[in-house]
Write a protein that binds this ligand. Structure first.
Ligand SMILES: *Cc1c(COP(=O)(O)O)cnc(C)c1O
Length: 375
């Protein structure tokens, strides 16, 4: 039996190993010159906008909400179809998440339903580019401007993606990214926030590390309660190499996604994701199972695929149905599109190290497993 094909896998080479090795031998492991260099490289990647790195995408989101002054009594509009971090950070700062259902075709927040969810306490929009497919930034900006709302883009999955030729992160308000090991580029764990100006970046630096400001004379001041979310130079060294390779990784992902569309058997009845080969960075390839045609459920499909040597993931069940959110009054039936996608979605292998034959092998396995399970 060949090795199981994972659904995600970081692509780490000799350059990454050498960069980390050099930091380990340097005597400076925590935040230092490599972090500053990484921030400069990220900032150039995002068109010169101020960018600061932190220990995770979750930390970037939570500190961004604090930076925007979001707290108790404030409402934040987001979509229940995301990694649960997206709404957990809203709870973490004491604010209230207000969910808006997903759009069945993009699987991102349904922009047409946002205005009905805006009330007197709404302060910020928190959209997510699921699987790397960008939310319509023109409509988003128009809604935010009309209602005077801040925007925090959860772009954890869309690094290197673009909207009408402009790279995600190079425009807008606050934009957050993740460098978790399953994302399109990684620092093991890590993340960053892109901001509007150096004043915001300076306040973010304080929130990231105990509220400390260091003065030129060597003294320091603490005037806000900051946390502990500064990145290590070990991680930053890895990130510097990965960032140089990111566009090539994403080009490879797009090519593999195209191959999926060529080889996937449409007669099986799956709903394929939007075929966007221009703007998406193809963070994931997620068909929706034709459950009403099958004698098996998603768990059995995943087990059968594993039997074929292929790992399949689930990203994500609609988060308002988790106990934490049910306890806050959310119920089944409130967001039918997100719930339906959340029940049927499967993540097939897609990562930059895959070969063309791997896609063919996955499509063949999907055909065998599905055909054997048809009613
Ligand atoms: C990965 C991810 C996060 C969180 O990033 P971490 O680095 O794991 O904390 C947040 N939102 C979305 C949509 C993600 O995919």
């Amino acid at each position: 039996m060949t090795e199981v094909l994972p659904f995600a896998r970081p692509l780490i080479g000799d350059d990454e190993c050498a960069a980390v090795d050099a930091v380990l031998r340097s005597g400076w492991l925590a935040t230092g010159a490599r972090c500053r260099e990484f921030e400069q490289a990220l900032s150039s990647y995002f068109g010169g906008r101020p960018t600061r790195v932190v220990t995770s995408g979750t930390a970037a989101l939570e500190l961004a909400l604090r930076l925007a002054g979001i707290g108790a009594g404030d409402e934040v509009i987001t979509c229940p179809l995301s990694w649960v971090a997206t709404a957990n950070v809203v709870l973490a700062v004491g604010a209230t998440p207000v969910f808006v259902d997903a759009d069945a075709s993009t699987r991102n927040i349904d922009l047409g339903r946002i205005e009905a969810a805006i009330g007197p306490r709404t302060r910020l929009l928190l959209p997510v580019d699921l699987a790397g497919l960008p939310v319509d930034r023109d409509r988003l900006a128009a809604i935010a401007a009309h209602h005077r709302l801040r925007v925090l883009e959860d772009a954890a999955q869309s690094i290197g993606a673009s909207w009408r030729g402009a790279r995600i992160g190079s425009f807008g308000d606050l934009v957050s990214f993740s460098f978790h090991a399953n994302k399109n580029m990684t620092t093991g764990e890590g993340g960053c926030l892109v901001m509007n100006d150096v004043d915001e970046a300076h306040r973010f630096e304080k929130l990231r590390l105990q509220g400390v400001t260091r003065r030129a004379d060597g003294s320091m001041e603490v005037d806000v309660l900051g946390g502990k979310a500064n990145l290590t130079d070990i991680a930053a060294a890895l990130g510097l190499v990965q960032l140089r390779r990111l566009d090539a990784f994403n080009a490879r992902r797009r090519a593999l996604a195209r191959l999926y569309f060529e080889h996937f058997d449409r007669s099986l009845g799956f709903d394929l994701p939007p075929a966007d080969f221009e703007q998406s960075n193809w963070h994931m390839f997620q068909p929706l199972l034709p459950l009403d045609r099958l004698r098996i459920g998603r768990g059995e499909f995943i087990d059968a695929m594993r039997g074929e040597g292929i790992a399949v993931g689930v990203h994500y069940p609609a988060m308002h149905l988790f106990a934490l959110y049910r306890a806050r009054g959310f119920r089944e039936g409130q967001f039918p599109v997100a719930e339906d996608i959340g029940r049927r979605t499967v993540t097939l292998p897609l990562h930059a190290g895959m070969r063309d034959e791997d896609v063919v092998r996955v499509c063949d396995a999907v055909r065998r497993v599905t055909t054997a399970a048809l009613r």
